[in-house]
Design a protein. Structure first.
Length: 149
């Protein structure tokens, strides 16, 4: 698991647990009950950075432990977006560079295609870390809000 956190609850533990599960379900997660006080949720996947950051979670497990909630999560949606952001822009630039070079039979007119995507060598890794931090923060906020129930 890439994320693991246990938080102490201040109110009714059953109510807090139901609140946390409900937030996941409202974001199109598929719920599989594993037992009393334990639920596994499967995420819908992340297709855009404009989606709720919780969709970066591909699988989550919530456990109710007396007056605590434990959350474990895998970031499959985050990893998909990270690979896309890191590979797609440079790949597109390389493809266009080769295409223009073949059409023009000269490398010089094709260079702007590479130059146009060159910032993504820096932006891609920065954005991928940002996407992961957003998902971690969304899980932290969800658990903090559940603890207040």
């Amino acid at each position: 698991m890439e994320y693991q956190r246990t938080i102490a609850l201040q109110g009714e533990s059953e109510k807090a647990f139901a609140f946390a599960v409900n937030i996941f379900v409202q974001n199109n997660f598929l719920m599989k009950k594993l037992g009393s006080g334990e639920v596994e949720l499967t995420g819908p996947g992340m297709n855009s950075t404009h989606q709720n950051p919780l969709t970066g979670v591909s699988r989550a497990r919530l456990k109710l432990l007396r007056q605590k909630i434990q959350c474990e999560a895998e970031f499959g949606g985050v990893k998909t977006m990270q690979w896309f952001i890191i590979l797609f822009p440079p790949g597109l630039g390389l493809f266009l560079f080769v295409l223009f070079a073949l059409i023009q039979q000269n490398l010089r007119p094709a260079l702007p295609a590479l130059l146009a995507v060159s910032p993504w060598v820096i932006l891609g890794p920065m954005m991928s870390r940002w996407i992961k931090r957003r998902t971690e923060k969304a899980l932290d906020i969800l658990l903090d809000n559940a603890a207040q129930q």
